[in-house]
Design a protein around this ligand. Structure first.
Ligand SMILES: [Zn+2]
Length: 203
């Protein structure tokens, strides 16, 4: 079942590293770096990168993108027996969508004390009247996930003072063409998924 070269089952940390790569992809497009992957069995069936600015879509969070892609991959609006990995604690919108999608497990990285809906400002998953329970586990690679966001915002606040990270600014309405964004970061090979992080089609 593994889509990678090894045969050992992959861990939460392995999949969170794949989500981190999707966050790098978001950052390459000048978006807040949040990434998600959705796993069925031991296979990534969908990925998502935060993209509300470039897509002109306020709902285009990484989790929503992954859920939509997974629904298409499975041919089902219910994503039973899946696990969603996301680098940041989901917001209220995404937490609600995760419940609606019947995702079995949610694993997230950094806590979002300002907007997180898995315990930070509210715990959507603990609302007693909801008829679906999601197993929630936070804090996987939390330091790496938080550091990525902190670097992004630090660079945006003082881009001239930070040599290690320059985030290109995309004017509103500007077309995002290859080469126009994502050329100034030094955090990794933007767009390149590491071994074992590729999604596969579902039969
Ligand atoms: Zn969200």
């Amino acid at each position: 079942m593994s889509s990678g070269s090894g045969t050992a089952p992959r861990s939460d940390v392995d999949f969170m590293r794949c989500a981190l790569e999707r966050a790098v992809q978001a950052q390459a497009n000048a978006e807040v770096p949040v990434g998600a992957v959705l796993v069925h069995g031991d296979a990534i069936i969908a990925v998502g990168s935060n993209s509300p600015i470039t897509s002109h879509d306020p709902t285009a969070h990484a989790e929503i993108a992954a859920l939509r892609a997974a629904g298409r991959a499975l041919g089902n609006y219910r994503l039973n027996d899946t696990t969603l990995y996301v680098t940041l604690e989901p917001c209220i919108m995404c937490a609600s969508a995760i419940v609606h999608a019947r995702v079995r497990r949610l694993v997230f990285g950094a806590w979002d004390t300002r907007a997180g809906a898995a315990g930070s400002i509210i715990d959507v998953f603990a609302l007693p009247s909801l008829n679906h329970r999601v197993d929630v586990f936070g804090g996987v690679l939390s330091e790496e996930c938080a550091a990525q966001l902190e670097r992004f915002f630090a660079a945006r606040r003082a881009p001239r003072d930070r040599g290690y990270l320059r985030v290109p600014v995309v004017p509103a309405g500007a077309a995002t063409t290859a080469g126009a964004v994502g050329v100034a970061t030094t955090v990794g090979p933007a767009g390149a998924l590491g071994a074992g992080c590729h999604s596969r089609s579902v039969k």
